[in-house]
Design a protein around this ligand. Sequence first.
Ligand code: HEC
Length: 199
Amino acid sequence: MKARKIVPGNLFFAAGMVAMLGASIQPAQAAESEQALVEQAQALAGQFQGSLKAELVSAMSTGGPINAIDVCKLKVPEIEQQLSTDHWTLARTALKVRNPANAPSDWERSQMNAMNNALAAGKAPADISVAEIRDVDGISTFFYMQPIMTGQLCLGCHGSELSADVQKALAKNYPQDQARGFSEGDLRGAFTFRKVLVE
Ligand code: HEC
């Protein structure tokens, strides 16, 4: 089960899926459920991103970036957990992480390298999400990754010119921080979701 697919927007790879799912599921059903999974993942990513942004903007406006670092630390796992229902597990990862708990698996790392290559080749972020079904310990599992791009709002904490206060707060909370030095438009990381597929 090695196939890796770049999902162009909402389009899906019916033919590949039929091959991947094998004989246990009817082809028509398989293609439909895969399409549905991608749509669910995209909806979850939208909710995840919306909640993160809302927390970030409100924390920044009430207490500046130092406050927002604390809020990120506490709220992000909360949001991840809230959205991880119905056999889904939601997380964020990156090639250069701030929190070592977000470090990528080998598969996630190779997907993000492929995303960087695709961006360098001129692809739009919306066209480089990845979806795949593969067995984990004999259990069919859907994997989905969607790029997270660096925007203006991110630079105060992930850019190359961090204020002394931010640097201090990061040193205290994230002594192994690697997630800085980014510019607007860079791939900052990715949403990485999985769903255990049950009968
Ligand atoms: C106020 C500071 C702050 C701002 C602004 C900020 N972040 Fe972060 N970011 C953090 C902190 C703190 C973490 C570590 C969270 C944790 O413990 O999981 C983090 C983690 C992440 C991660 C998870 C991978 C990792 O490095 O651990 C991604 C992806 C990410 N940020 C993207 C963004 C993007 C995109 C923006 C802009 C929309 C942004 N961040 C804005 C502070 C910030």
